[in-house]
Design a binder for this molecule. Structure first.
Ligand SMILES: [Zn+2]
Length: 225
């Protein structure tokens, strides 16, 4: 039996053992591009080849613009020095805005959660991006996350302004562990500590919740006990 899998063929020999035959590319340059594109998550060799051939067919200028925007993004995007959100400048647009409520800091796992909450248009405070959650299985401990820098914010220039910390962390086992650890660290600051209401599915990721559910969750946040 012969079947096509990604860009290679699998042939079963007489004894039924699979023999992999690699597809010959017509160009080493195409092969290199396919190999690079297929390193992206969720993209196999077959999809990578389709994308590469599409890029080859498009206007040269369009493909060049794509390459330039990827290079610029990779070399110029940085982390906001205050909240660690992704930013083009030292301070992200949220931290730099005077329209945001400086008395609220919403603690989230990563930038995708900031985007998800911003899309609800229900929250006008500031953020703090942890850069992950505590996960003993993956060897991620508190010191690997931006937890100390949150404490530094609360002890520094923002100590006078901040009134409430909202823990908007996915309600998974690791998320709950992280929230528990944070509320213990935050206790000495005498701030109101809340979590978002559990309108989002238990065991789900914040970024996949719909805007209405996530918006309601942040409006009806509850005290962390
Ligand atoms: Zn920021």
């Amino acid at each position: 039996m012969i079947c096509v899998r990604n860009s290679s063929f699998i042939i079963h020999n007489r004894t039924g053992d699979p023999v992999i035959i690699l597809l010959e590319y017509p160009s080493k340059l195409i092969e290199d591009a396919v190999n690079e594109v297929s390193k992206l998550p969720g993209i196999g060799k077959k999809t990578a080849l389709r994308l590469v051939l599409h890029l080859l067919k498009r206007d040269e200028e369009q493909t060049e613009t794509l390459a330039q925007s990827l290079t610029a993004m990779r070399t110029k995007v940085k982390y906001c020095r205050k909240c660690h959100n992704l930013s083009d400048n030292d301070l992200c647009t949220i931290c730099a805005s005077m329209k945001r409520d400086q008395s609220l800091i919403c603690v989230v796992e990563d930038t995708r959660d900031v985007l998800a909450i911003e899309n609800t248009a229900q929250y006008k405070g500031l953020y703090h991006v942890l850069g992950g959650i505590i996960s003993p299985v993956e060897g991620i401990g508190p010191s690997d996350l931006q937890i100390d820098s949150l404490m530094t914010r609360l002890r520094g220039a923002e100590s006078e302004q901040v009134r409430e910390i909202i823990l908007a962390i996915s309600p998974t086992m690791e998320g709950d562990t992280t929230a528990f650890y944070l509320q213990k660290k935050l206790r000495p600051f005498n701030l109101k500590i809340s979590t978002i209401a559990r309108g989002v599915p238990i065991g789900g990721d914040l970024e996949y919740a719909d805007e209405v559910t996530l918006g309601r969750s942040i409006l009806s946040r509850i005290a962390y006990d």
